[in-house]
Write a protein that binds this ligand. Structure first.
Ligand SMILES: [Zn+2]
Ligand SMILES: [Zn+2]
Length: 308
């Protein structure tokens, strides 16, 4: 009898965790190269050396993306039947009762083919090519000294591509909020800086995405103005930070539009369309207390003091 049969959810959750770990490695390295976080801009030569010395970490992140995708696809196959994952090489099967993990499972190279043979929602050719490419790169990395240099931007796009197909029950930024709430840092600071971290990470990731990629993966239009989300602002820790990424956008380009959609928390806020009075600020999107959601200037209209 086979015991300890894994569930689709177990595969899915383990895959999500590995993918987030890959994202976290990429983000950590990006923060280390960014003057906003280090307090000092690295010059070109220093940056080159920095990325050279980051290759092992970036390679590890690539391996995590590959493993995550394997688990994600295995989870989808398991939802149909976990037994499809067991290799049909019967001579290698255990002879008595065995745990599922004692069986050899099908090779990674066959995973997408097997998935598409049994699933009603097949993986498309573009994703299958992407999966094969990451798998090949990872194998190269495991068996030789890599000559290719890993780019952090490529890794970010790879994480987002994997998430878009295999873990798409929620947008990636919301996934980040969920993952951060379970992170070791939230144990230390009681979750106070979770939102700040996610907002900063999404802002950082956007620097590496082309406009079409920003729209596809994060729903963010790089050609349009962005504002501070009132919900993220209220949730973020404001004791140590006063500069918040602008990651919410008006739903339409209409001058009368009052719905502001946040690309991080996914919440829509109703805003007031009134000119900000700050010098040089041309924005006209205020929160319900009159704070400019572009420059944070206070435009609150205080009731006139009654005259005696
Ligand atoms: Zn928000
Ligand atoms: Zn303003």
């Amino acid at each position: 009898m086979i015991t300890e049969i894994p569930t689709a959810k177990e595969f899915h959750d383990a895959g999500v965790n590995l993918l987030y770990l890959a994202w976290d490695i990429a983000m950590d390295l990006l923060r280390g190269s960014d003057g906003k976080y280090t307090g000092a801009e690295l010059d070109e030569a220093m940056l080159e050396e920095y990325w050279q010395k980051s290759q092992i970490a970036l390679g590890n992140a690539l391996s995590l993306i590959q493993q995550s995708m394997e688990l994600g696809i295995k989870g989808r196959i398991t939802a149909i039947s976990p037994f499809i994952l067991i290799s049909t090489e019967h001579s290698k099967w255990p002879t008595i009762d065995a745990s599922f993990s004692d069986f050899r499972t099908i090779d990674a190279v066959d995973l997408t083919k097997v998935h598409n043979a049994v699933s009603t929602a097949p993986l498309d050719d573009t994703f299958r090519a992407f999966f094969d490419d990451i798998r090949r790169q990872r194998n190269k990395l495991m068996h030789s000294v890599p000559k290719d240099t890993f780019e952090p931007g490529t890794l970010i796009i790879s994480v987002l591509t994997a998430a878009e197909t295999l873990y798409n029950e929620m947008p990636w930024p919301e996934r980040c909020i969920q993952q951060e709430s379970q992170s070791r840092v939230s144990i230390i600071d009681g979750g106070e800086t979770e939102r700040n971290r996610v907002m900063n990470d999404i802002e950082l990731a956007l620097k590496y995405l082309k406009p079409a990629q920003a729209k596809r993966f994060l729903g963010f239009d790089k050609r349009r103005r962005a504002y501070l989300c009132p919900n993220c602002y209220a949730t973020a820790n404001r004791d140590y930070a006063d500069d918040f990424p602008l990651l919410a956008q008006l739903r339409t380009k209409e001058r009368s539009e009052t719905t502001l959609d946040c690309k991080v928390c996914g919440i829509s806020s109703v805003v007031e369309r009134r000119d900000c009075k700050a010098d040089e600020c041309k924005a006209n999107v205020l929160d319900d207390e009159g704070m400019c959601l572009f420059c944070q200037h206070d435009n609150f209209i205080r009731p006139a003091t009654p005259t005696v």
